[in-house]
Ligand binder design. Sequence first.
Ligand SMILES: [Zn+2]
Length: 240
Amino acid sequence: MSHAPGHREILRIVAPNPGPMTLEGTNTYLYGSDPCVVIDPGPDVESHLDVVRAAAEERGGIGTVLLTHGHGDHAEGAPRLGVEVVLPADGEEHGGLRAVATPGHAADHVCLMTADRVCFSGDLVLGEGSTFVPPDGGSLIAYMDSLRRMQAEPIELICPGHGPWIEDPAAKLAEYVEHREMRERRLLAALERGERSREALLAEAWSDVPPELRPAAAMVMQAHLEKLEVEGKLPGRLAN
Ligand SMILES: [Zn+2]
């Protein structure tokens, strides 16, 4: 449990990670007081929810539960807190937080902004590791647009859905954009040379990824290929 740097009104409680994911457990945030807002209650783990309830009690109870998106590791415990649960739409305000639609990682994903330039980013950007963007036709296009949309917001601190505080938001957002553009450049270079085998494309554009992570990288590549196809940049059919 810790306060955000420079923001005592923000408390982070890390949920245990019950799944096989490599990410650190979900960050649950308490924002404000009398009553406070709970952001992403996390998985349905009683010991975690007990800590959240107790910390919220010290802040005058829970007014609203807000979600950044509907994935279970963020949302599953929400109904157990016994108050209204809201996954806000773009532009809505709840408990002093403004929702900005940021689809990509999930279609319903939003970031939540405070008036003093703090961003609760859900899984748009993470304090460590990399965000997964599932291939489902255009999700990567949406994701890149979402990153750019957040680059246009005045943000001084990011409170991510997993991992530590991000105290240099501009650098982190730029790094995320650049990382994906680098993959796309490598992929396009191989395609333009005439490479059509998925295996070879993966080995080339994701050459730095260790073999045990190649299956995950293959899904990321699929999202990139769908993006290129939608944008009309995919030259011809790929072999399997
Ligand atoms: Zn998620």
